[in-house]
Design a binder for this molecule. Structure first.
Ligand SMILES: [Zn+2]
Length: 259
């Protein structure tokens, strides 16, 4: 059959290395976007300059730390959806069908940990992670204070670095900051060596992340998009399947098992 999902399944059957590139739409059905829409939530009081720039941190690190701890707590209260689960099962499903090793790497713009919690083994975070704080002074990874984060606090002292006693900062990329170079380079290497790229739940407007699907297309790779509406990247896609992550990806996994 010549539907988008059948063309996509046929391409994945041929692939040994697959990159899944995800954005906010991937986590929307886990309730993370809904949280953003609540009028009384921390999100509603979001002020970009205060909460997501190095200047905001210098002005009031207690306010910034409390806000990110609230976001981390909100993510911990959600669950990976059926789309995250299907991505985590993709490599194993193809391996069982074909008897050879298949590698699936996730490259995500999301700062939540839902891919990891669903069981994906290889996840690259292009915009950092709410779960990877680091020291402002020596840049080494830090640890959270024990206990559940309290989303009701508006100010909270950041924990201190166990090495140099500097303050820990949230491990996300702020406005005016570069993307982590190691993560971006790893993602570029994966794009260079993959056979197929699956783009899920991203509008394709955040740069330089959006370069990755375009570069996959320019290298002649099979690139497909799963988005309810076509993204800015649609013209680079061999296939555009208009569906959501939590609906489309489990269907795709079923189709792979039966086709
Ligand atoms: Zn330190």
């Amino acid at each position: 059959m010549n539907t988008p999902q059948h063309t996509l399944a046929a391409a994945l059957h041929q692939a040994r290395r697959i990159v899944v590139f995800t954005g906010a739409g991937m986590s929307a059905e886990s309730g993370i976007a809904t949280f953003r829409d609540k009028p009384d939530s921390l999100w509603a009081q979001f002020n970009t300059r205060q909460m997501a720039t190095p200047q905001g941190w210098r002005e009031n690190k207690q306010r910034v730390w409390a806000w990110y701890e609230g976001r981390r707590g909100a993510v911990m209260a959600t669950q990976p959806n059926a789309g995250h689960a299907a991505i985590a099962q993709l490599a194993g499903t193809l391996q069982r069908l074909h008897g050879h090793e298949v590698q699936v790497d996730v490259v995500t713009q999301n700062v939540d940990n839902l891919h990891e919690r669903a069981g994906s083994a290889s996840v690259i975070h292009l915009h950092g992670s709410l779960f990877a704080p680091r020291c402002m002074a020596c840049h080494r990874p830090g640890e959270f204070a024990p206990g559940e984060p309290d989303a009701s606090l508006t100010e909270l002292d950041p924990p201190r670095c166990q090495h140099c006693l500097g303050y820990l900062r949230p491990g996300v990329v702020w406005f005016g900051e570069d993307m982590p170079q190691d993560a971006f380079r790893q993602a570029e290497d994966l794009v260079d060596t993959c056979d197929a790229m699956l783009v899920v739940g991203t509008s394709g407007v955040v740069w330089p992340a959006a370069e990755l699907p375009i570069s996959a297309h320019n290298l002649g790779k099979f690139v497909a998009e799963i988005n309810p509406t076509p993204s800015e990247l649609a013209k680079y896609m061999r296939v555009q399947w208009p569906t959501s992550a939590a609906q489309g990806l489990p269907q795709l996994l079923n189709l792979l098992g039966t086709a």
